[in-house]
Design a protein around this ligand. Structure first.
Ligand code: ZN
Length: 171
């Protein structure tokens, strides 16, 4: 099923999610399928469980736009263990629709996480995948990409969002 995406302003987005302790259950496998379905429906390259209102450390990523099944990545209880280099590029978030900002990120990032079976693995990504690892892992710790932009830009964005909220145009 496709879950609605939780928007900025909901406290679940700014709270650390709980560690996952049970693996390989039918519920978890179903939930992961639903997460991919929800992410594709929203046309995102990554989705963290808090973005559909579930406060657990689970995220899914697919930088291929559904073109390569092997690019489907599940990261559970992820931690960033290595970063190097830098890249500057536009970043957005499904929970903050309509806004994009330039964000400086590491170019190469290694994440350590568990898969649906609970097996630990490490994976290194570059460019967009590196950005997705950072963006999604931060979500699971209650941090949004706008914490990386200037206070001035962030305040402006928040003011625009408040306006949309008042107009009833922000879910
Ligand atoms: Zn996001």
């Amino acid at each position: 099923m496709v879950y609605p995406i939780v928007k900025f302003g909901n406290p679940v987005l700014e709270t650390e999610a709980a560690d996952v302790t049970e693996f390989d259950t039918p519920e978890l496998h179903q939930f992961l399928e639903d997460m991919f379905e929800s992410m594709y429906a929203a046309k995102g390259v990554g989705l963290a469980a808090p973005q559909i209102g579930v406060a657990k450390k689970i995220a899914v990523i697919d930088c291929s736009n559904q073109e390569r099944p092997e690019d489907k990545i599940v990261i559970i209880n992820p931690k960033i263990v290595h970063t190097e280099g830098k890249q500057v590029g536009e970043e957005g978030c499904l929970s903050i629709p309509g806004f994009r900002e330039q964000v400086r990120r590491a170019k190469r990032v290694t994440v350590r996480a568990q898969n649906a079976k609970g097996e630990e693995f490490e994976m290194t990504g570059e460019d967009l995948l590196a950005r997705a690892f950072l963006h999604e892992t931060e979500h699971l710790y209650g941090r949004l990409y706008i914490s990386h932009i200037s206070a001035l830009k962030r305040d402006l964005m928040k003011r625009k969002i408040k306006k949309l909220q008042r107009a009833g145009e922000w879910g």
